[in-house]
Write a protein that binds this ligand. Structure first.
Ligand code: ADP
Ligand code: MG
Length: 138
C-alpha cells in the first residue's frame, strides 16, 4: 500500500475557506483522490485518532482543536504517497516550512497547521480505515 496515504484538511483551514485551494494544490501535485468527505469529530473521536500523542503536553489542545470544527478527510494515491504528501504539507511548524508547501501558505501556528498526513505506510492504512469504509474508497 505504498501508493496510498491519509490526509486531513484541519478545522483552521476549513474555517478560513482554504479547503478548495488546498484540494486544487493536491490534484495539481499529481495525487488522485480515492476518498474524501467532511467530518466534524467529537473530542473522543479525535482522542482515538491521535492516541499515539496522548502523553505529549499538547494532547488536550490538539484534540480540542481537531474537534472544534469541520475537517476534510482524504485518501490520497500517488507513488510513494506518504513521503510525497508530507513533502507537499511541509514542516509541522509553519515557521520552518519550505516555500511552496501547504503549511507555509495556510498554517498559522505549530498547533493550527492546516493539514495532517500519515507518517508511515502502516499508519496510512490504519488512519484510512479509521475514517473510511471500503464503500467510500474508489
Ligand atoms: P505532524 O502533523 O507534522 O506529523 P506531529 O505528529 O509531531 O506532527 O504532531 C501532530 C500534531 O500535533 C501537529 O500537526 C500539530 O497540530 C500538533 N502539535 C505538534 N507539536 C505541537 C506543539 N509543540 N504545540 C502544539 N501543537 C503541536
Ligand atoms: Mg504526525
Amino acid at each position: 500500500m505504498n501508493n496510498l496515504t491519509f490526509g486531513i484538511i484541519k478545522p483552521d483551514a476549513v474555517r478560513a475557506g482554504n479547503a478548495g485551494a488546498i484540494i486544487q494544490k493536491i490534484t495539481d501535485a499529481g495525487f488522485k483522490i480515492r476518498g474524501m468527505k467532511l467530518i466534524h469529530q467529537s473530542k473522543a473521536q479525535s482522542e482515538g485518532f491521535y492516541a499515539v500523542h496522548k502523553e505529549r503536553p499538547f494532547f488536550s489542545e490538539l484534540t480540542e482543536f481537531m474537534s472544534s470544527g469541520v475537517c476534510v478527510v482524504l485518501a490520497l494515491e500517488k507513488e510513494n504517497a506518504v513521503k510525497a504528501w508530507r513533502d507537499l504539507m511541509g514542516a509541522t511548524n509553519p515557521a520552518e516550512a519550505a516555500l511552496g508547501t501547504l503549511r507555509k501558505e495556510f498554517a498559522t501556528s505549530i498547533g493550527e497547521n492546516a493539514v495532517h498526513g500519515s507518517d508511515s505506510d502502516e499508519n496510512a492504512a490504519i488512519e484510512i480505515a479509521y475514517f473510511f469504509s471500503k464503500l467510500e474508497l474508489v
